[in-house]
Ligand binder design. Structure first.
Ligand code: PLP
Length: 540
């Protein structure tokens, strides 16, 4: 091995410790009595968490074999005067692990396995879910930078080198995979994207997740993975226009996958639409775009699961507020471009679900993510992972302002649609399904009845009072407004829009949190007075 290679290995083996005072310790990997050969195959980041009671939780990725585990444990116990009964755990209990397709029960180095090897042999469900998604996110393993930085490093590489030629064959055969820190090429797994994906899995309480270049690519990839030609989907008739077009136009033409659209509030109709044996997926949005209908996720899952149908839920409108996987959904998809990003500067998506689904989507021969290639850039993944920790705080403020404005606008006589209002048909349902203390969502709709009045109002709100911007999308810190019928739902024809409950004057407002609540409210009121002055709003 050349000197250069030895340096490379040393750099890669950084041991990071968090002590009770969050003090980090760097252990020179050469101090650890494992042979160079072992480091070569197993060398990687090891995170050591010393908890207050001095039990030692030892997270390694890749999982080391039982014998390496013992050597490392002894070393750490001696070096840090830890109790001999210190416990060492592998990553499986804390974060989802991913196996590659041909994971066998045998060890990389023919070691005896044991409890430490469990992650390698089977995927264990996430055990770290708490009732509050923010708590689950905080429980996810914190990734440090290569040099001990508080932020993870960006693995900005398209391709990955190996120490021995045979490793390449073993990676391609699926024997060595990302669960053990073997990466092939960044259209397949990338370490930084995988770290963000672990955060997404923690957020949604799923076993695994993987992030994509857009919400649409997450949706289309998962549908194409779950359905084959001739397959059938039952979907809500109230969906984001792009998803509606994908299901109603693109998929039948391009892949012979058809969809029956139903009113998901009518559970009997959902049941009836499922064609046993042919229907593969029940697809709906937890809170629908733009009508803000709340799906009865547990009930819909029960109906679908009874008939062997996989439930895929788009949770773009309600991250943190609703956790569909915890309510029974098999897969949760996101347009990260919205609330999760929060900056209106990134297009991204995610598929959160069982590890075997995520693995199948990365299969070198059959995987929709691997073969269609809607890959997230690791630099983007890094940016997004910095925003997830404050998603909960942002959501609370979006929701708080949306509720306040909805109540006040309703009092002024406007037709307001908001699930937090007690006259909303799904108010009791959202109270039952929502996570505690996040509110009822950050979007409200005002029905101005005609497109002309809607456009006038938005014009005043943007150009006269600076309340918000006329723009599609949502989840930005500024308020974004659009008239759904002529914008994000324009893929639907007039009849479809009526069936979906989208009135021509429906304004969807994604309520921002910039400025103060009262400052923004006065801008909203001023625009309404202007409407009144021009006789466009009589009820005020
Ligand atoms: C509910 C919903 N799902 C999916 C998407 C598509 O996401 P992206 O624009 O990130 O592809 C959108 C976009 O507006 C959306 O509103």
């Amino acid at each position: 091995m050349s000197d250069q290679n030895i340096m490379w290995i040393k750099k890669k083996i950084i041991f990071q410790c968090i002590r009770p005072l969050n003090q980090q310790i760097y252990i020179d990997p050469t101090e650890i009595p494992i042979s160079k050969e072992l480091r070569k195959t197993n060398g990687d980041l090891i995170t050591i968490v010393l908890s207050i009671n001095k039990t030692l939780t030892f997270f390694t990725n890749p999982p080391h074999s039982a014998s390496h585990h013992q050597i490392l444990k002894n070393f750490l116990i001696n070096s840090y005067q830890l109790p001999p009964n210190s416990h060492m755990a592998d990553t499986a209990g804390a974060v989802n692990a991913l196996t590659t397709k041909k994971r066998s029960g045998s060890d990389d180095n023919n070691d005896d396995g044991g409890a430490f090897m469990v992650a390698k042999k089977q995927i264990k469900p996430m055990t770290m879910w708490e009732d509050d998604p923010a708590a689950s996110l905080a429980n996810a393993r914190h990734e440090f930078g290569e040099h001990g930085g508080v932020n993870m490093s960006i693995e900005a590489s398209a391709t990955f080198t190996v120490m021995e030629p045979d490793t390449m064959r073993r990676m391609f055969s699926g024997e060595l995979g990302p669960d053990r820190d073997f990466f092939i090429y960044s259209r397949h797994f990338n370490p930084t994207v995988l770290n963000l994906s672990r955060q997404m899995a923690a957020l949604e309480g799923t076993e695994a997740a993987y992030c994509t270049a857009s919400g649409m690519s997450a949706i289309s990839s998962v549908l194409l993975q779950l359905c084959s030609s001739g397959g059938h989907v039952v979907a809500s008739r109230t969906l984001y226009g792009g998803t509606y077009a994908l299901l109603s136009h693109f998929m039948p033409r391009a892949c012979n996958i058809t969809t029956s659209f139903v009113d998901i509030k009518d559970v009997a109709a959902v049941k009836e639409a499922i064609v046993q044996g042919r229907t593969k997926v029940l697809y709906f949005e937890a809170v629908s775009n733009p009508t803000l209908t709340v799906a009865d996720v547990p009930e819909l899952c029960r109906v679908a699961h009874d008939k062997g149908v996989t439930v895929v839920v788009d949770n773009t409108f309600a991250p943190m507020v609703i956790s569909p996987a915890r309510l029974g959904a098999d897969v949760v998809v996101h347009s990260i471009s919205k609330y999760i990003s929060g900056g209106a500067d990134i297009i991204a998506g995610a598929v959160c679900g069982p590890a075997n689904l995520v693995n199948s989507m990365m299969d070198l021969h059959q995987g929709a993510l691997m073969l269609l290639g809607p890959t997230m850039n690791p630099k983007v993944a890094f940016e997004l992972s910095e925003r997830l920790p404050h998603l909960g705080m942002r959501m609370k403020e979006h929701c708080n302002r949306a509720l306040t404005y909805a109540i006040r606008l309703k009092k002024l006589g406007l037709k307001v649609i908001y699930p937090g209002l007690d006259d909303h048909p799904d108010h009791e349902l959202i109270k039952k399904l929502a996570n505690k203390d996040y509110g009822f969502g950050g979007i409200l709709c005002v029905d101005m009845e005609t497109e002309e009045r809607a456009n006038r109002f938005m014009n005043f709100l943007q150009n006269y009072t600076q309340f918000g911007f006329m723009a599609v999308s949502l989840g930005y810190y500024e308020t974004l407004m659009s008239c759904s019928g002529s914008s994000t739902s324009s893929e639907m024809n007039e009849e479809e829009k009526i069936l979906a409950g989208i009135s021509p004057g429906l304004i969807r407002m994604s309520i921002g949190y910039s400025g103060t609540l009262e400052q923004k409210w006065s801008q909203l009121e001023k625009a309404l007075s202007r409407m009144q002055d021009t006789n466009l709003f009589q009820k005020y």
